[in-house]
Design a protein around this ligand. Structure first.
Ligand SMILES: Cc1cc2nc3c(=O)[nH]c(=O)nc-3n(C[C@H](O)[C@H](O)[C@H](O)COP(=O)(O)OP(=O)(O)OC[C@H]3O[C@@H](n4cnc5c(N)ncnc54)[C@H](O)[C@@H]3O)c2cc1C
Ligand SMILES: O=C(O)CCC(=O)C(=O)O
Length: 331
């Protein structure tokens, strides 16, 4: 089989997951990961890191369920292995609570997470402003640990890493046969996708080792996610807001909203504050196109636009991207 040179652009959770999948599954490919920023400086590093079983509006149900299932099974296998502490992946149980009873009390993902059930009246008593809730177990990553672990796994599979900004795909056309675009928000300029936009998110890490269960308000604006080293509390979802500075008003709002759900948080020490820009799009773009670059037709596999769900979907969409690269590499 002919040797194929693959470039993966982007070293967030999507790029690293995709690079690992290709390097491990396709021995006839040499894979180079190119990125302007690596851990700890990517958006993925600051994510709360919960695998949140999202329902995407514009992706066929079967396809999004397979993204969720692949990601869940992958992270569950890590959480149950000796790699769990180094990779920073753990099981996480808790409650998602709703002010109004949702139309669909049993969402499609109820069989994908562990132990899904409706909350009992007794459990709901501690949330007097809420009428209904779900309890289940999912997975959570300490993202910086997980990214470093993925990078190590990629290098072990023979992958090469290069820190560099790619200003145009033209730059890559002589050195690579296939380009995989996992540049997140960078796709706005790198491939001129005007559908990609930032959704600003601010979170705090607090010291509250007594908290063991996640709590998420159904609208997704307020959440408490206990991790290995700290508890992540949030958040904000500000569309088309490019500010990367911490907003003290947002900090105050997060502390107030989260303390309302979990009063003991008023006693927790704030360890850090962080802002990231979610690479949002109506739905993630996972597809192949053929682009004319310097007179050659080059397959470009896109895998970006995961918005608030990069950790949740990365392994699943990486499997799809792997399939697209596999097909392109056989031609
Ligand atoms: C506050 C907050 C909390 C979140 N919590 C969660 C959560 O709990 N669960 C969840 O699933 N998701 C969460 N998310 C969403 C998650 O962070 C994103 O979906 C995810 O990080 C997207 O990953 P990515 O790899 O696509 O992008 P990024 O992590 O942004 O990585 C993009 C990569 O592309 C590189 N790049 C871009 N352009 C170029 C270029 N021209 N040349 C070279 N390199 C380039 C960058 O340098 C970087 O390496 C959260 C987001 C925020 C802001
Ligand atoms: O939505 C959630 O609860 C997880 C956190 C998240 O994905 C986000 O803030 O983007």
């Amino acid at each position: 089989m002919k040797h194929v040179r693959v470039a993966v652009v982007g070293a967030g959770v999507v790029g690293l997951s995709t690079a690992v999948c290709i390097a491990e599954a396709l021995p006839h490919c040499s894979v180079t990961l190119l990125a302007e920023k690596f851990s700890p400086d990517t958006t993925s590093d600051g994510a709360a890191g919960i695998l949140w079983p999202v329902t995407l509006p514009d992706i066929p149900l079967e396809r999004q369920r397979s993204w969720l299932k692949d990601s869940f099974d992958h992270l569950l296998a890590i959480a149950q292995s000796q790699h769990s502490p180094e990779a920073g992946v753990m099981l996480s149980s808790g409650w998602t609570i709703f002010k109004e009873v949702p139309a669909n009390k049993k969402p499609h993902f109820s069989d994908l997470v562990i132990g899904f059930r409706n909350m009992t009246d007794n459990e709901m008593k501690r949330f007097p402003d809420h009428k209904f809730g779900h309890a289940f177990t999912t997975l959570k990553c300490e993202c910086s640990s997980y990214l470093l672990w993925l990078e190590k796994r990629f290098r072990k599979a023979g992958g090469q890493v290069e820190k560099r900004k790619v200003n145009s795909l033209q730059e890559l056309s002589n050195s690579y046969d296939i380009i995989v675009n996992c540049s997140g928000l960078g796709s706005k300029t790198l491939v001129g996708d005007s559908e990609v936009y930032p959704v600003r998110g601010q979170v705090l890490k607090v010291e509250a080792p007594w908290l063991k269960h996640f709590i998420r308000d159904g609208d997704g604006k307020t959440y408490i996610y206990p991790g290995i080293h700290s508890v992540t509390i949030g958040g904000t979802r500000q569309e088309d807001d490019w500010r990367l500075e911490v907003d003290k008003g947002d900090t105050q709002g997060i502390l107030e909203r989260c303390s309302q759900l979990e009063p003991s948080l008023s006693k927790a020490k704030v360890l850090s504050e962080w802002v990231g820009l979610r690479p949002s799009r109506k739905c993630p773009r996972v597809e192949r196109e053929v682009v004319r670059l310097q007179g050659r037709s080059v397959p470009v596999v896109h895998n970006y636009g995961h918005g608030a769900w990069g950790v949740t979907l990365a392994w699943g969409t990486a499997q799809d991207a792997l399939g697209l690269v596999r097909n392109a590499s056989m031609k």
